[in-house]
Design a protein around this ligand. Structure first.
Ligand code: HEC
Length: 139
């Protein structure tokens, strides 16, 4: 019985530490994303694993990945850029992984695809001004 308790605590520890590592690891894959410039490529490589193809999202088994398809919140390019830069809930943040141009490209891509028709593109300059202030560790 005691062993079971230990096991449970150990499992909990694993879950906690792995979540932290996962959230922290966003900056460490920079090298792999540098070459991606096209919004569609960035979406496919980074966002699609959670938001699914065509931005249809996914729900079930405790997970909830909101649909980006026909999503009225995408009307604001600043809102989308802020979610991508800072993360949201369990979505990782990409301020270190993606540069201003890449953020603008993927934001503009999802805002003009998947039944979204918001053609007022966000500019890399705007993304730059929205960047969170990062500590030296990431600069
Ligand atoms: C690891 C999974 C994951 C990845 C990768 C991911 N997201 Fe998300 N995203 C989420 C989750 C989960 C939420 C909802 C968070 C919440 O509601 O607390 C979310 C929310 C969003 C929202 C807000 C939607 C709304 O209705 O408010 C946008 C926009 C978004 N993601 C865009 C992106 C883009 C663009 C990328 C790629 C650069 C991306 N996401 C990558 C999991 C992910």
């Amino acid at each position: 019985m005691r062993n079971l308790y230990f096991y449970a605590v150990f499992l909990l520890f694993l879950v906690l530490t792995s979540t932290v590592t996962w959230a922290d690891s966003s900056g460490k894959i920079t090298g792999k994303t540098e070459s991606l410039s096209d919004g569609a490529d960035i979406y496919k490589h980074i966002c699609q694993s959670c938001h699914m193809s065509y931005g249809k999202g996914a729900e079930g088994a405790g997970a909830r990945f909101p649909a980006l398809a026909k999503n009225p919140k995408l009307q604001s390019g600043e809102y989308v850029a802020s979610v991508v830069l800072n993360g949201m809930g369990t979505m990782p943040w990409f301020a270190v992984t993606l540069n201003d141009q890449q953020v603008a490209n993927v934001v503009n891509y999802i805002r003009t695809h998947f039944d979204n028709h918001y053609t007022n593109a966000i500019k890399p300059d705007t993304v730059m001004m929205m960047r969170p202030h990062l500590t030296e560790e990431y600069e």
